[in-house]
Design a protein around this ligand. Structure first.
Ligand code: MD6
Ligand code: FE
Length: 200
């Protein structure tokens, strides 16, 4: 496995998962998930998303970027909840706080193609990910799109950290298993990724 990949299964207990989902669902009422689009082609993304924190990751026909406002509501993203700030302090091993938490909402047929998270200038900071709800088939490769990959199932409460070499590794979600959890409405899956965007 590539250096810098960490997998913390069941980091959050079932009770903590329920508390975190309640907090996140509450924040999504005023800050809804929306469907972004692929740069250049404008093809709709399979996964709907929104953000928490002073900056949020946005994808539309013009490209990928971080911005302080929700593109549909025009409002600032809400603050990153304490449970996630505590997680970052516990596992990120990085002095400065995260600036963005991308909220990805997967439905039964959603997938996320192989990609590198490369839109942050703080390249030394890890990306810390939390899975909630239905299980996902996560694929992790290497530094080249053609590097060999390995697949693993991510379950609710699991935390994945991409730091070190793995920070630049290709990864994606091939499928979700919608019957595997009732935590997220509709048998969905929420993935939260905490990011430091700018160098401190
Ligand atoms: C997902 N995760 O689990 C997609 N990115 O739904 C990611 O794209 C990801 O898990 C950076 C670091 C950790 C991740
Ligand atoms: Fe990613």
């Amino acid at each position: 496995m590539i250096e810098g990949f960490r997998f913390l299964p069941e980091y959050f207990s079932p009770a903590q998962q329920r508390a975190l989902v309640m907090v996140v669902l509450g924040l999504l009422e005023e800050n809804p998930v929306y469907r972004g689009a692929m740069p250049r082609t404008g093809k709709p993304l399979s996964v709907r998303n929104t953000n928490l924190g002073p900056l949020g990751w946005v994808s539309d026909i013009k490209g990928y970027r971080y911005q302080p406002l929700h593109p549909e509501t025009g409002k600032a993203w809400p603050a990153i909840p304490d449970m996630l700030m505590d997680l970052w302090r516990d596992v990120a091993n990085y002095a400065a706080p995260p600036q963005a938490c991308l909220v990805n909402w997967y439905e039964a047929g959603s997938r996320l193609g192989l990609h590198i998270d490369a839109d942050e200038t703080a390249r030394d900071a890890p990306v810390v990910s939390v899975s909630l709800g239905s299980r996902a088939l996560f694929r992790l490769g290497g530094l080249e799109r053609t590097s060999p990959t390995s697949s693993m199932r991510l379950a609710s409460g699991d935390v994945v950290i991409l730091g070190g070499q793995a920070r630049r590794a290709y990864h994606g979600v091939d499928r979700i298993y919608p019957e595997s959890s009732t935590l997220v409405p509709g048998g969905g899956r929420i993935n939260l990724t905490l990011r430091r965007v700018t160098a401190p």
